[in-house]
Design a protein around this ligand. Structure first.
Ligand code: ATP
Length: 438
């Protein structure tokens, strides 16, 4: 395999492939689109789910110290008052007096990226939360917010989880789900959108262990991206300088990916101290503490938070997987996705549309479906069908040909090497399951 491609127009190629093959569509496209929102198509929903499942597997399933929750998106203003989001979750907004475009002041360099004018208004604080009303009456009493992050769901449920699971620090609460931010300038496809998905975990620890756990999670999270195929030279940790830290943070580092436009954030890992639990305790009047019965000690845990974006990370996996190479004198596009992330893990392909091959092909499909996510494709020449599967990252193609009717064996073709091996039908599910195992 060749190395990740360095195409100057790589983002355009990914946008194009996403649309053409059913990963990501512009939302409300038949009405001309809607304000940088996107819909995930048949392949995108599979890839995105695999990213989220891989995260959940590593953060929850393979551990005994982390549990999950799924908190409400529609949330009480009291949460956001306590967390500081109502007062502080703002970006500096400037208007261009010449062309009237609006920009995030910290993302531009003093001139309007649209028309080049330097005649900009003074920055003003723009709150990024989406406000709505819960109930038929639109007044102050019914104000609700769409959550701008999943993290607060873990803090407000801290006591619920503690008492129902009997966990004790160090332990974590994980959540995957949608968040909403009224970004001033959504950009770079699904890198920055107003509706997106996050994968966040709050890890509650004794205060004197916070620094050790902070470094533990830096390493764990880097390992996750590398294990799923982000090349080491496209991934780095960037520690925040003291003046860049959020008001609640004792230390923060970002996991950054080398996007075509430069290094940019995939995930923030922060030592949030006891800021959040103390803020919610003060505003709610509830005790949000851990009582250690063995030592008789009572304390407010510190929190280490690895906070990643699912949709943004999915885009990074697509960019990192994109290749163009040549096999048998023919150019092809390949997504070299890890088999755990690939939308389809196997494609079952009858060599010809000829009716005699279809029943056996369906039998093979039935054997494979319980062990892998399968596509079934009978149209076009076999070469073109291989190309189509390469382009969406399917690691294995299983071809049923006329000989299969005689010898009850099929050809298994590997995406990266294009190497083909003959496998008996009664062993094919086992063989594929084995090769899919990490
Ligand atoms: P930025 O500085 O890029 O606005 P942030 O530092 O505010 O992001 P966090 O609040 O730390 O982001 O959110 C954690 C993760 O959620 C980010 O690392 C990113 O992967 C994802 N994320 C945040 N905002 C967006 C967005 N508008 N679109 C897609 N993903 C996002």
């Amino acid at each position: 395999m060749t190395e990740p491609a360095q195409y100057p127009d790589l983002v355009d190629r990914i946008v194009n492939l996403s649309k053409r093959r059913g990963f990501i569509f512009p939302s409300a496209e038949i009405y001309g689109g809607f304000r940088s929102t996107y819909d995930y198509g048949p392949l995108g929903v599979l890839l995105l789910r695999n990213v989220k499942d891989a995260w959940w597997r590593s953060m929850v399933q393979l551990r005994d110290d982390v549990v999950g929750i799924d908190a409400a998106i529609l949330s009480s203003p009291r949460i956001w008052e306590a967390s500081g989001h109502l007062a502080n979750f703002t970006d500096p907004l400037v208007d261009c007096r010449n062309c009237h475009e609006r920009w995030r002041a910290d993302k531009i360099e003093g001139t309007c990226p649209n028309c080049g004018s330097a005649d900009l208004t003074e920055p003003r604080a723009f709150n990024l939360m989406f406000k709505t009303y819960a109930g038929p009456v639109e007044d102050e009493a019914t104000v609700a917010y769409l959550r701008p992050e999943t993290a607060q769901g873990m803090f407000v449920n801290f006591m619920n989880v503690l008492t129902t699971t009997r966990k004790k620090p160090p332990f974590g609460i994980a959540q995957v789900g949608k968040s909403f931010r009224n970004e001033i300038t959504p950009q770079n496809f699904v890198f920055r959108t107003r509706e997106f998905e996050q994968m966040e975990m709050e890890y509650f620890v004794p205060p004197d262990e916070a620094d050790t756990w902070f470094h533990y999670w830096l390493e764990e999270r880097m390992r996750w991206y590398l294990d799923l195929g982000i090349p080491a030279d496209h991934l780095r940790l960037r520690h925040h300088e003291a003046d860049e830290l959020s008001h609640y943070s004792a230390a923060t580092a970002d996991v950054e990916f080398l996007f075509p436009w430069g290094w940019d954030e995939l995930e923030g890992i922060a030592n949030r101290t006891d800021y959040d639990l103390k803020a919610h305790a003060a505003h709610s009047g509830e005790r949000l503490e851990y009582f250690d019965q063995a030592s008789g000690e009572r304390y407010v845990p510190y929190v280490i938070e690895p906070a990643a974006g699912a949709t943004r990370t999915m885009m990074a996996f697509l960019l990192a997987a994109y290749r163009e190479d040549e096999v048998g004198g023919e150019r092809r596009t390949v997504l070299a996705l890890d088999p755990r992330l690939a939308p389809y893990q196997v494609a079952v392909l009858p060599l010809s549309k000829n009716d005699t091959l279809v029943p056996l092909s369906r039998e093979v499909l039935g054997l494979l479906q319980p062990v892998a996510v399968c596509d079934f494709d009978v149209t076009q020449s076999i070469g073109r069908r291989y190309r189509r599967q390469d382009e969406v990252g399917t690691p294995f193609c299983v071809t049923v040909d006329f000989e299969s009717l005689e010898d009850r064996a099929v050809t298994v073709r590997h995406r990266d090497t294009t190497e083909q091996v003959r496998v008996p039908i009664d062993r094919v599910a086992q063989e594929i399951a084995q090769r899919l195992r990490p």
